[in-house]
Design a protein around this ligand. Sequence first.
Ligand code: PLP
Length: 388
Amino acid sequence: MVVSLAPRITAVAPSSTLAITAKAKALKAQGVDVVNLAGGEPDCDTPAHIKQAAIAAIQEGFTKYTPTAGIPDLRAAVAKTLTADLGVPYQASEVVVTNGAKQALYNALQVLCRPGDEVLIPSPYWVSYPEMVTLAGGTPVFVKTSQADRFRLTVESVERAVTAKTRLLLLNSPSNPTGSVLPKASLLPLADLVARRGLVVISDEIYDQLSYDEPHVSIAACHPALRAQTLIVNGVSKAFAMTGWRIGWAAGPQPLIDAMITLQDHATSNASSISQRAALAALTGDRSTITRMAEEFKHRRDLLVEALRTVPGLSCVPPQGAFYAFCDISASGLSSTVFAERLLTERHVAVIPGAGFGWDTHIRLSFCTSRAALEEGVRRLRAFLEAL
Ligand SMILES: Cc1ncc(COP(=O)(O)O)c(C=O)c1O
């Protein structure tokens, strides 16, 4: 018998970023010297004092269920961090701790989307956004940005996309996959529009600590009405090199947070008790590791941008944040999927095809890998393009 699946899952595509990473890992396991520019996580280890907090939690027997919304100390620490970092006041009760930022986004869309609600998603977008919207019964509506505008969302393009059915705007600054950062001057008119049209913003700020050229600004801080209309999503994954620990959070209006907690009660309950203690140590302990990591990524960004300038047939906007560069490969005449597959097979360089981010003319290169790997990756990329 063939098990038949629910339409809600058959309508959804598997994650393209995870697929190419798996292929690269398989090649590496066979002994092939793969340069991995496909990754989506810092290459450094979780800082020692954070690991120690987790070890202490295990040794103390802090290994039972916690409240679904998270341990009170961690919710308070998140509220304090957001208040300090964004300049917008949050209470501990307005925070829910989730299994990674991904679950915060997923749960938010599940409790917000009504059938037919339109969700504006700036394009290029992180692969999971449209699928999460579809899974929640909403309709993704893409708002295209342009390479000429450095992939920055403009208020005019959002205004054009808004209809009577528009309910939500998803923002991601710094962005995956473009590394684009929305400065205050771009956020202010967007905030006015959101306030005027009564939209809800989900602001995915998971890369907030990795903004290289100007300080990160949250849309929640850009209009007095927006605190009540914005859900901030963040977590420890990228800033503290803690992708495997699975701790994220959302902060926002109380009724929305309460609904997300109810959903989580019936879905996964609390995030790991041990990881919550580790995240608490991350937020309350020494933050110099974040600064050092961000400085290193900035150097790598500069190195990659300089190296890519010398590659004919590739055009790339210097990313201002996160750890990705989104490069135009249309001069090659290949689709992004064929380009990425051939680059991996022929030159052993893993990159992510832009198709999964809605742009088949581009590829995404990660610079969360060593400087030597970046140099070698670009050398092989140049050789690949020259041989086409
Ligand atoms: C834009 C964006 N949002 C959210 C996430 C998910 O973060 P987490 O690992 O905390 O679930 C990622 C991870 O790659 C991301 O790139």
